[in-house]
Design a binder for this molecule. Structure first.
Ligand code: SAM
Length: 385
């Protein structure tokens, strides 16, 4: 495909997304009908689509219309490329921008590429941090890996990857995290991956899971396990601990046993979390706005509403209460989200401690903003007295 044809394909996918189809499904739909597209074409169209979703608001303003075409024109303009150079109408390329597509410079609020109401929430929750967080969320996320301690260490994993042309560097402050700096597209086909030396996982996600205190003999529950990334990380960090997983949507854990086998990790999936209680530690990686990870999941910022955010905060409180009943005395409950908002992190913890009136106490906590060293995450350890 020519560069112009890739842009035309991205415009089609973006318009499908705008019509209500999730971006991944819209990409799949296009991809199924595009047998002529090679793997580089597919990757390029995907990159265009996700770049446009990260910058949708400002790109549409720059491109002079709200839609896939406006967004792609705007993205090219922001990158300093004259859109007509690629959108020249030749072959399968879109037509050049017309007189009605002059666009304009976005306002400061538009240029943050977040809904206005969310900008107010972020400013209220993290005074002074709106601009740096919004700026980070406009860019692509780095590709991070977790070195699997069951099969070696970070250095041996990096050396094995380098031998296959995948260059990495350690992520500061997170003992198991590597950032892929070159050759990332070869990862899934690499020997190092097949042998389970590494697992793709953001450094922020690794850091928040590392908050859970582990020791041999402990029983640990990942109560919102999803695909099981954090459960498998805990199993690797402390093979002598028994790690259990549960999720309200069991289908999300379908691939967990297969992934765990590749990594050599032992994680037991429970039918009900109460089946394995009491636990020494319960991790609640609760559903959240995802605001710390909107680089990876850029649709999230456009679909969240104030009502949904309030509902998530209530849900997080309910999950913590359930976790509290599953933890033994002297054990811990860990609240974690991939949100940067105070109301989804410290706010939920404070409300929980108020409800529990002296039966839980604060332990270590962290808050990470999205940046080169990982996605935004919040985590807090709560000790049961
Ligand atoms: C942020 S994701 C978890 C990601 C996962 N821990 C990982 O590291 O890949 C939140 C998960 O919580 C699950 N969930 C939603 N409501 C829940 C509830 N009431 N109790 C337990 N899990 C719930 C969702 O199905 C989702 O898989």
């Amino acid at each position: 495909m020519t560069p112009g044809a890739r842009i035309a394909a991205a415009i089609g996918v973006l318009d499908d997304w705008r019509g209500g189809t999730p971006a991944e499904r819209a990409l799949l739909r296009w991809s199924r009908g595009a047998r002529y597209a090679g793997s580089k074409d597919r990757a390029a169209v995907r990159d265009h689509v996700f770049d446009a979703l990260r910058r949708w608001r400002s790109a549409c303003v720059r491109g002079g219309s709200e839609g896939g075409r406006g967004a792609m024109i705007g993205l090219l303009r922001e990158a300093g490329t004259e859109p007509g150079a690629l959108m020249d109408g030749n072959g399968h390329a879109p037509l050049p921008p017309g007189p009605g597509e002059a666009g304009r410079t976005p306002t400061t609020a538009e240029a943050r590429d977040l809904p206005d109401w969310f900008q107010h929430v972020l400013e209220e929750d993290r005074p002074g941090r709106l601009d740096p967080i919004a700026a980070a969320l406009r860019n692509r996320a780095p590709l991070h890996l977790r070195a699997n301690l069951l099969k070696g260490d970070r250095e041996s994993a990096a050396a094995a990857l380098a031998g296959e042309g995948i260059e990495t560097r350690p992520v500061p402050g997170v003992a198991t995290a590597l950032e892929v700096v070159a050759g990332g597209r070869a990862l899934r086909g690499s020997r190092a991956f097949a042998d389970g030396l590494v697992e793709p996982q953001d450094a922020g996600s690794q850091a928040v899971a590392a908050l859970v205190p582990l020791a041999p003999g402990m029983r640990v529950l990942d109560l919102c396990a999803g695909g099981g990334g954090k459960a498998m990380g805990m199993a690797a960090r402390c093979p002598g601990a028994a790690v259990f997983a549960w999720d309200a949507a069991p289908a999300r854990m379908t691939d967990l046993p297969k992934r765990a086998r590749r990594l050599g990790a032992e994680v037991r999936v429970l039918d009900q979390p109460e089946d394995g209680a009491p636990f020494d530690a319960v991790l609640c990686d609760s559903p959240c706005s995802g605001s710390g990870t909107w680089r990876r999941d850029p649709e999230g910022r456009w679909s969240i509403t104030p009502e949904r955010l309030a509902e998530l905060v209530r849900l997080q409180g309910g999950i913590l209460d359930r976790a509290a009943s599953l933890a033994r005395r002297g054990g811990v409950v860990v609240h974690a989200t991939c949100s940067v908002l105070r109301r989804e992190n410290e706010g939920v913890v404070e409300a929980f401690l108020d409800r529990r009136r002296g039966t839980f106490e604060r332990g270590p906590s962290l808050l990470r903003e999205p940046g080169p060293e990982g996605d935004g995450f919040g985590g807090a350890v709560l000790g049961r007295r």
